[in-house]
Structure formats: C-alpha cells, structure tokens
Design a protein around this ligand. Structure first.
Ligand code: CO8
Length: 260
C-alpha cells in the first residue's frame, strides 16, 4: 500500500484505519475519471490489506467534492459517454467490503454528494453542504443520487433538491438522517477517526457481514433481506471470533479478535 502514489488522491494509514484524501484542490476535488480510477485503486488496496479494518474518505475543508468534472464531460455524446462506461469505477466503490466513513466538509455536490452517499457513514463539518445541482447544467444525478437521496430523505425532500438543485446544510442533512453527526470544522476528521477506531476494534468478519446485510436492504424485498441476514448470522458461528467473543463475555474479560 505504502508504495502506491497517486496524482489526485493521498493515502495514509493510522493504525488500522486507512485514510484516502481527495486532492484536486484547484477544482474543488472535481471527480475526473483519472481521480476516480486512483480512488478505486486506493480503496481496493486498503480493502485487500489485512492490517486495515476501516477506511475514511475525505476531501479538504473547503470541498469534499464539487461533483463530476464538468470540463471533462461537457463534449460527450450519449454514445461516447456510454462506451466509456464511466460508472464502472463507481460500481467498484460500492463493492468495497470494509466500512467507509465519509468525513465531509464544504461542498458535497452532484457526484460529490453521491460519493458520500456511497460510503457507509457520513460525518460532516458545520460548513458541509449536500446537493444535487445537476439540473442547473442540463442533466440529472447519474451516480445514484435519485435513488440514494430518495431512500435517505424520502420522496418529497429528495424531489425538491433534485428538481431545484438547492443544497442542504449539514445540520438539516443530519436532522433528516442523511448525515450521522455534525461537528465544528476543526473536529470532523477527529470525529470520523474516533468512530473508525471503535469499529476497527470489533470482529472484522462480523463487521463485514453486517455491512453486507445492511446494504442488502437496498436490493431486495425484506423477506429476502431477512433470509440473507440469517445466513450471515449462521455463517459467523464458524468463525474463531464468535467463539472468542461469546467465551470472553461469559468469562467477563475483554475479547481478542483475530478476523478469522
Ligand atoms: N467540475 C469541474 N470544475 C469545477 C467543478 C466541477 N464539478 N466545480 C468547481 N470547479 C472549478 C471551477 O471551474 C473553478 O475553476 P477555475 O478556478 O479554473 O475557474 C474552481 O473549481 C473553483 O470553483 P469556483 O470558482 O466556481 O468556486 P466558488 O466558490 O465560486 O463556487 C461551487 C463553488 C458552488 C461549488 C461551484 O464551483 C459550482 O457550482 N461547481 C459545480 C457544481 C456542480 O454542478 N456539480 C455537479 C456536476 S455534475 C455531476 O456531478 C454528475 C455526477 C454523475 C457521475 C458522472 C460520472 C461520469
């Protein structure tokens, strides 16, 4: 992991936490294709690294990301953009198995809002704003906004945001369940780190299966989701960590998890 160097993203490890920082400040972290490819490479490397248990995805104080790169897209045609299959990288972000905490400050607009929503937990600074302004440039959200924002906020608020292009403040996003917690700007990364460390202390296989089961709710009717949950529950009983976790509880001592 440490040998990977990128142009548009920075990576760092802090104990069992992998941090990926979007780093195209001159364009407010606009999500070019090159940036997305590097982002996926960084996330996949952390996902494959046994020493990493949780990933934090962040941007700068001024911008998490102001959307897909409009300059790069402006001359595309329906056919050219389809043939380039730009959403393949987005699908890979969705398929990361370890939990991803988005630490969001400043603009999270268009693809930036969609990227945050593709993460599992969103911690925001007071300056964060979330929006889907694509309507202002003649298109609509393309990386999940119409679906994920609607699941998060309900039909009426999502419709208002997507049709008007108006952004939402961090505190409103938090009140409505799109954001987990809002903190002053100097604290949002620390808040994300604290939560990441807590999750990193849990048994990794259970964390992985819990994430998978929660996400299943987006894809299937509840009867199938319940079956899926049950199978993951059963499967964890063949892990060492289930034996250790339950034994430690009964012996009134802290558990020591190995991820097997
Ligand atoms: N793409 C490219 N460049 C951008 C983008 C962007 N999304 N956002 C900002 N920039 C650039 C600006 O052009 C400017 O560059 P320069 O200094 O060379 O003029 C620089 O960043 C700073 O921006 P501003 O001067 O505009 O800064 P302000 O503080 O005045 O305004 C805003 C900040 C309000 C965030 C403003 O920049 C803005 O409205 N940006 C565009 C927001 C937007 O419309 N986002 C949606 C884009 S479409 C999308 O995301 C679809 C996603 C679907 C996935 C697609 C996969 C292929």
């Amino acid at each position: 992991m440490m040998t990977l160097t990128f142009k548009n993203v920075l990576t760092a490890t802090e104990g069992q936490i992998g941090v990926v920082t979007l780093n195209r400040p001159s364009v407010l972290n606009a999500l070019s294709h090159e940036l997305m490819e590097e982002l996926v490479a960084a996330l996949e490397a952390f996902d494959a690294d046994d020493n990493i248990r949780v990933i934090i995805l962040t941007g700068s104080e001024r911008a998490f990301a102001a959307g897909a790169d409009i300059k790069e897209m402006s001359d595309e045609t329906s056919v050219s953009i389809m043939l380039k299959d730009r959403f393949a990288t987005w699908d890979k972000v969705k398929n990361i198995k370890k939990p991803i905490i988005a630490a969001v400050s400043g603009f999270a607009l268009g693809g930036g809002c969609e990227l945050a929503m593709t993460c599992d937990i969103i911690i925001a600074s007071e300056s964060a704003q979330f929006g889907q302004p694509e309507i202002n440039i003649g298109v609509i959200p393309g990386a999940g906004g119409t679906q994920r924002l609607t699941r998060a906020l309900g039909k009426y608020k999502a419709m208002e945001m997507i049709l008007s292009g108006r952004p939402m403040t961090a505190s409103e996003a938090c009140d409505r369940g799109l954001v987990n917690k809002v903190v002053p700007v100097e604290l949002y990364l620390d808040e994300a780190r604290a939560l990441a460390r807590e999750i990193a202390s849990k048994p990794p296989l259970a964390v992985r299966m819990a994430k998978e089961a929660v996400l299943k709710t987006y894809d299937v009717p509840i009867s199938e989701g319940l079956q899926f949950e049950r199978k993951n529950f059963y499967a964890l009983f063949s892990s060492q960590d289930q034996k250790e976790g339950m034994k430690a509880f009964l012996e009134k001592r802290p558990a020591s998890f190995v991820g097997r």
